[in-house]
Design a protein. Structure first.
Length: 373
């Protein structure tokens, strides 16, 4: 990727739309992407992208991610940033353009507006952002803060009402139990119009695919219905992703959660009832590593006897399963770890409901409830 970003231009709040129009006029439009030695710029916009960050620290690395997103999905970007440490400062705004080379020459550019609000002034951001949305285009709200969206109360409600699609990432939540409970309660109460996506669910897709392939009845007869135990290891702040994997298995196989507890040395343990017998799922947090799944072990006791499959990353791009104890039985799925920006860009184009995610979130909610009884 070779991008160019114009320097953010500070503007008055009530002059943002006018400054955006001037951004594409001569000579500023030429300066944005047609300066000496550069190709002319073409404005492109497929949607509106609202981004919320609670602090300037959270927003610091976003310009690079925004560049990666709009390269794949050109959008008018409205970055909303809280500044809780500057209670007495005023609202501020800036505009800029993010440009990428086009395949046929020239450059494709997207508009970028940053709105910063000190202290309690953040509550004004939705009303300022609303008229800046391009009305005929879909709107995505990317909740880039490290807290569950409902924790922000009315601010989140106001921003979500402006969006057709809400994207958040449960990785990094400090209190995943109550985070899952709050998000599930909010999502289950939504009208059918709004699409909801958790990036942690999307990260689990290669795991679900390889587990499904490995335990297919044609390959491992009776394994699925005779699962006795599931063990998961994950890096820091990836507990919701582990729950999603367990919830996915439970939903597909008809397991009903019966208990949940925190155990010494094991982050959480869940009990389930299946059509055949009780089973256990345990989740262990590693001291270090990426905020994602690291290892999954599934054990069963079918008609052909006991069996086991172990799933784990082998390098950056290989998800490997070892069935039994023989390395000759290893199977590999090429599955590159995607960046957060890539995941957001992919989800922005999916304006349809994921019923499997919704069902799994519902089960995750029941698992979280078992821990707080």
């Amino acid at each position: 990727m070779s991008e160019s970003i114009t320097s953010p231009k500070p503007v008055d709040i009530d002059a943002i739309e006018r400054e955006l129009a001037e951004l594409w006029s001569e000579p500023l439009g030429g300066a944005a992407a047609g300066a000496e030695g550069m190709e002319p710029a073409t404005r492109a916009c497929m949607s509106n992208l609202l981004i919320w960050c609670k602090t300037q620290e959270q927003a610091r690395g976003l310009p690079i991610e925004i560049g990666a997103i709009v390269e794949k999905h050109p959008s008018r970007v409205l970055l909303l940033v809280g500044e809780p440490e500057y209670e007495n400062a005023g609202l501020s705004a800036s505009v800029s353009a993010v440009c990428h080379p086009a395949s046929a020459g020239g450059q494709i550019c997207s508009e970028h507006v940053t709105l910063s609000a000190p202290g309690s002034s953040v509550q004004r951001l939705p009303s300022i952002a609303r008229p800046l949305l391009i009305g005929d285009l879909p709107t995505t709200l990317w909740w880039a803060a490290s807290e569950p969206p409902p924790a922000a109360g009315g601010l989140f409600d106001d921003l979500a009402l402006m969006a057709d699609h809400v994207i958040y990432d449960s990785a990094g939540w400090l209190d995943p139990v109550h985070g899952v409970l709050s998000v599930a309660a909010w999502e289950m109460g939504l009208e059918t119009r709004r699409v909801v996506s958790d990036l942690a669910w999307r990260r689990g897709k290669p795991w679900r695919r390889l587990i499904g392939e490995t335990l297919d009845p044609k390959i491992a007869p009776a394994a699925l219905e005779s699962i006795e135990e599931v063990e998961i290891e994950h890096g820091p702040h990836a507990l919701p992703q582990a729950w999603f994997l367990i919830g996915w298995l439970a939903g597909r196989l008809g397991w009903q959660p019966t208990a949940g507890k925190v155990a010494p040395g094991v982050e959480v343990t869940f009990g389930f009832e299946s059509a055949r017998s009780p089973l256990r799922a345990s989740v262990r947090r590693l001291a270090s590593g990426e905020a994602e799944l690291s290892r999954v072990v599934i054990r069963w006791n079918g008609k052909a006897g006991k069996g086991q499959a172990t799933f784990a990353w082998d390098g950056q791009d290989r998800l490997v399963v070892l069935a039994g104890s023989s390395s000759a039985s290893a199977r590999v799925l090429s599955a590159r770890r995607e960046s957060r920006a890539s995941l957001v860009a992919r989800q922005m184009g999916k304006l349809f409901h994921d019923s499997l995610f919704r069902d799994t979130l519902s089960l995750s909610r029941r698992m979280a409830e078992a821990l707080v009884r």
